[in-house]
Design a protein around this ligand. Structure first.
Ligand SMILES: Nc1ncnc2c1ncn2[C@@H]1O[C@H](COP(=O)(O)OP(=O)(O)OP(=O)(O)O)[C@@H](O)[C@H]1O
Length: 259
């Protein structure tokens, strides 16, 4: 029976390097699945394949029963998959609210040029888009920063802005690439609460997360990757209790630490 998202024998080679080597697993709807594994395991490459940034060498990605492997990345967003990036990719020179407006799913078909065209929108369109964006900024607690330049808010706030931007696409499946990395303890707690909130909004989440304590807090399911392969799938308590996997994860140093 097909899952919500099915990764079906996906491989991706860069020259002689197999970044993904026959990966298969399914993501269940309305749950948070964490992708874990040591550096170089292939997690970001898998995100790139799911979102159409990379074509797999072989295998298929199936979303809601439909193959999406050959689709253009904009079409994939329209089907309902959005992602954040490790290096954020926000527009520093735009305001916080405009950063959200450019991602709004609307009649312009997610055209990133929306912000540039903003002066040409009618007042009614500007008002509607601004209201929509402000609603999303309220969800992530950034409405008070709406008029600031994105470059002027804190790093933790920029990461929350990335969450507002994926919400703006109205996608059902959100791929979050290391949403908690580099955050202070307080900002990290805010992001964990945000991830819970996204689940309560009915979103399905696939999250790359290095910190096993955070994985335990946010995930319903865990997929463990190593050297391009899926070594285990299951509930966090089972996967993270597997001594062999933990040994792979921490390079032979047994016992859990925050990565
Ligand atoms: N464009 C590329 N060209 C060549 N090799 C690449 C490319 N992208 C990724 N790789 C290699 O593919 C492997 C998987 O990389 P990937 O970034 O997907 O791992 P990761 O699990 O996300 O790692 P990290 O946790 O460090 O972000 C690595 O060996 C990496 O060097």
């Amino acid at each position: 029976m097909p899952g919500f998202l099915d990764i079906d024998g996906v491989s991706k080679s860069f020259g002689g390097l197999k970044a993904l080597d026959g990966c298969s697993f399914s993501v269940a709807p309305n749950r948070a699945t964490c992708l874990v594994g040591p550096n170089g395991a292939g997690k970001t490459t898998l995100f790139d394949v799911i979102t159409g940034l990379l074509r797999p060498t072989s295998g298929q990605v199936v979303f809601e029963g439909q193959p999406i492997t050959r689709l253009d990345r904009r079409e994939i967003v329209k089907r309902g998959i959005a992602r954040t990036f490790q290096n954020l990719r926000i527009f520093d020179e735009l305001t916080v609210v405009d950063n959200v407006i450019v991602c709004l799913a609307d009649e312009t078909g997610n055209n990133p040029a929306t912000a540039i065209l903003r002066p040409y929108f009618s007042n009614a369109v500007v008002r509607r888009k601004t209201e929509q964006a402000m609603d999303l900024l309220k969800i992530v607690g950034l409405d008070h920063k709406a008029g600031d330049l994105a470059s002027q808010i804190s790093f933790g706030q920029q990461k929350l802005l990335c969450v507002a931007r994926v919400l703006a696409t109205d996608s059902e499946l959100l791929l979050l690439d290391e949403p908690t990395s580099g955050l202070s303890a307080k900002a990290l707690d805010t992001m964990v609460e945000m991830i819970d909130r996204l689940r309560s909004l009915g979103k399905t989440l696939l999250v790359v997360e290095h910190n096993t304590q955070i994985v335990r807090r946010i995930s319903d399911d865990v997929v463990f990757m190593h050297q391009g392969r899926v070594l285990a799938c299951g509930d966090p308590d089972t996967v993270l209790a597997d001594r062999k996997l933990i040994e792979i994860y921490f390079g032979g140093a047994l016992g859990e630490t925050a990565a």
